[in-house]
Design a protein around this ligand. Sequence first.
Ligand SMILES: Nc1ncnc2c1ncn2[C@@H]1O[C@H](COP(=O)(O)OP(=O)(O)OP(=O)(O)O)[C@@H](O)[C@H]1O
Length: 272
Amino acid sequence: MTAYQGSTPLILDVQHLTKTFGGLTAVNDVTFGVPQGGIISVIGPNGAGKTTFFNLITGIYAPDRGSVRLAGRELIGLRPDQVAAAGIARTFQNIRLFSSMTAEENIMVGRHSRLKATFLDAVLHTRGFHDSEREARETARIMLDFVGLSKWRGELATNLPYGDQRKLEIARALATTPKLILLDEPAAGMNPRETEDLKALIRCIRDDLGVTVVLIEHDMRLVMTLSENITVLDYGTKISEGLPHQVRNDPAVMEAYLGRGAAAGDYGKEAR
Ligand SMILES: Nc1ncnc2c1ncn2[C@@H]1O[C@H](COP(=O)(O)OP(=O)(O)OP(=O)(O)O)[C@@H](O)[C@H]1O
């Protein structure tokens, strides 16, 4: 059964998620709900456990304890490809494109992961293979258009400007037709103009494609102006959760950031 937050069903329902590495508890008993159609941020100082949290949701790590349900379906125990097939796509903190492939081919790889043609179809060049090839190319065209990268279609991914490479990763993730997309620091390394573009794109992902968005982000200006709800992790534990203005004014959040050198600077400058 799908859980509810207020009157909106939760598309993602995480309960008591815990992961330890040796003596370190990277994620500590975190409960977290994402309403269908929301734009939600997970923030926290460096090393707070944010990426580990995404890795647990997407099946890269197995938790010590806890559950992760997508639209009511338990995901713990599934492999990353099975989690993707269930409807969760993600991007990574460090860009992971195939640099020797074109922008279009990078998206086609994402799409092929959802299509039915088998390895044998590909080797034998069967009708199924040609159909899926055509479908993947068409999806790539639509996705490139959606993220505003049509002009880079035949260009090697490595030749795209940095901000556009990040957008291409998002397009590739969207080509799997997810219910939910997890973006790990999508604005990292972007200039202010690129970040504004990204903000508009994230809104379109939710409004036009109906895909729920969860992002990890250090750019507080982006987080505070884009998110409908924010969860704050510190040393693996959820220390705050709420609307942007509630989180911004939460003494526990300020203390967590002020206790951590560089990240405190980020928060102090941008969050107010
Ligand atoms: N595979 C691993 N083995 C051991 N320790 C790990 C592993 N992955 C993460 N950790 C540790 O878990 C803690 C949380 O790391 P994580 O990368 O999840 O934090 P983060 O909030 O994403 O940080 P940042 O904002 O710097 O990316 C850190 O102390 C990190 O060193």
